[in-house]
Design a protein around this ligand. Sequence first.
Ligand code: PLP
Length: 288
Amino acid sequence: MTALALLTFGEDGVATGHRLVDPDSPALAITELAATRGDGIFETVGLVGGRTLKLDRHLARFSSSARMLDLPAQDLAVWRAALRDVAASLDPGRASYVKLVLSRGVEGSGIPTGWAFGTAHESYDDVHRDGVRVTLLDRGYPHDVAQTSPWLLQGAKTLSYAVNRAAYREAARRDADDVIFTTSDGYLLEGPTSTIILRSGRTLRTSRTDLGILAGTTQAELFDWAATQGYTCTYDLLTPGDLADAQAAWLVSSVRLCAPVRSVDGAAKTVDADLTAAFNAHLRSLAG
Ligand code: PLP
């Protein structure tokens, strides 16, 4: 089951409303810059029982990605309304997500294109139980790339995910399920669609968000929750050695939620089943 809302825009490029349309009918022009250049941004919001998870965090990041790409600042109430109508059209009995997309629009028009697309997704129960096999891949940029070269848009959630998809194919060639990118000078970054969390005792660590990675909404939510449970939560320059030494590690994201890491380049890691379950229970409890 899927649903689609197309946003309408004023001359200033700000969304003014939306209409639900048949998700199976053609909706984009062939000169749409989302399709031809990947020139736009998106957010993927998880739904449990038909209700959104951590929507405010997603909308805040949507605005910050728009700013980084010099796209017009949006009226978030309009996007919320589109998302609400799409979510209401889905089966509340299935775990689902809604993807919000804002692109630079049809080439030459100067007006953005925007849509909200919702669909059910597969179950990740097996992944939550068994974990993922990870390989480390060099992203090829040093740790300060976001400061030296902001035009690379590291840290914005852009539509240009061809590199991230290629990383998954490389992982498959290496007999792994997922990836943790590293900097060219040896620090851990993030997964192609996830944020890393490491645990040592009662301390949780993640990579600093100024390393040109996406500021994860799932990781931020889990850190806020874990702090109330007595964990110390820190943002650090992390190395592959820190990952090897950690008692447990996760890749966390909005749809798959918390996937424990069960090996890194073939070296086994212990899956922390209890904290994985507590993390995922907390995230699902946010449905509101
Ligand atoms: N990093 C990247 C590159 C991502 O694409 C994603 C999500 O798709 C994340 C991190 C995790 O972000 P979130 O927890 O907000 O889904």
